[in-house]
Design a protein around this ligand. Structure first.
Ligand SMILES: [Zn+2]
Ligand SMILES: [Zn+2]
Length: 272
């Protein structure tokens, strides 16, 4: 038998083994579906695939799309009872009046009564099964960032909060996303130096609480220099958290900071 024949035979055997493993995995999954039928993450109804939501719940979600602010991603098309006339560079009222440290922020869904239950479950009730679904939403919403991003960084929790909560929900998402799209994951790059109280609705208070709350550790500065960072968080509320993370990253030398979140709180702004 020539070397080539031996090699072909080996590859054929390897292929058969891989096919066998794949088939066993499919059978295993089907068996698991019979024993434990997959449920809608939101309402608990039957779904065909695990880590998903049912068509009824999906209909209630508000996916965000263009036209939107070309900096913070504020959707001009949202039904807020205000008619916007988008002019010039398509910046929203807030972004026209401040220099954002991040370059562009996008979110998958509007935060509302329907989505609130999902995010509370994920964040505070150990419903970690949401992570796979949310990562899928991030992948869809942030596709324009991926080719350009050098690394994916989650918004960090303070270590005291992390001990109490046991997991950082943003890091769970960023890990799955980074693995899925093949971009480096750097969960330790940014740290939270201030243990800020749980956020309430007061905009000024939120902004003050997170001011200077993040930094890039000295050992990680070289990694950040001239790089494009994709920052991941669960909810964009006022933008204060991601803004302060972006300030820390830019101070450390980052060239660009993109922000990607699952949910976005949308409040009416003054018409432009
Ligand atoms: Zn459902
Ligand atoms: Zn904006």
């Amino acid at each position: 038998m020539t070397f080539l024949e031996a090699y072909a035979k080996k590859q054929l055997l390897k292929g058969s083994i891989n096919n066998l493993i794949d088939s066993m995995q499919v059978v295993g999954r089907k068996l698991l579906d019979v024993i434990l039928p997959p449920k809608c993450l939101n309402c608990g109804g039957r779904v065909d695939r695990a880590h998903n939501i049912c068509p009824e719940c999906w209909k209630e979600l508000h996916f965000l799309s263009d036209p939107m602010c070309t900096c913070c991603g504020y959707p001009f098309g949202a039904d807020l009872g205000v008619n916007y006339t988008v002019i010039g560079d398509s910046l929203c009222g807030t972004c026209q009046n401040m220099n954002r440290a991040f370059d562009l922020s996008l979110s998958a869904l509007r935060y509302d009564d329907n989505s609130r239950r999902m995010i509370i479950g994920f964040k505070h009730q150990d419903r970690l099964e949401y992570a796979t679904y949310f990562a899928k939403l991030l992948k869809r919403a942030g596709s324009r960032f991926f080719a350009d991003s050098d690394m994916i960084v989650p918004v960090p929790l303070h270590k005291k909060r992390l001990i109490k909560r046991r997991y950082n929900q943003s890091a769970l998402l960023s890990r799955i996303l980074a693995h899925d799209i093949g971009v480096a994951h750097e969960p330790e790059l940014l740290i939270r130096t201030k243990n800020t109280p749980p956020q309430d609705g007061n905009l000024n208070k939120r902004s003050k609480n997170v001011r200077g709350a993040f930094k890039v550790t000295r050992t990680n500065r070289e990694k950040v220099k001239n790089r494009t960072i994709l920052l991941i968080d669960d909810v964009y509320t006022t933008g204060a958290t991601v803004e302060n993370c972006a300030i820390a990253l830019k101070r450390a030398g980052a060239a660009k900071v993109y922000v990607l979140t699952i949910f976005r709180v949308i409040r009416p702004q003054s018409p432009i």
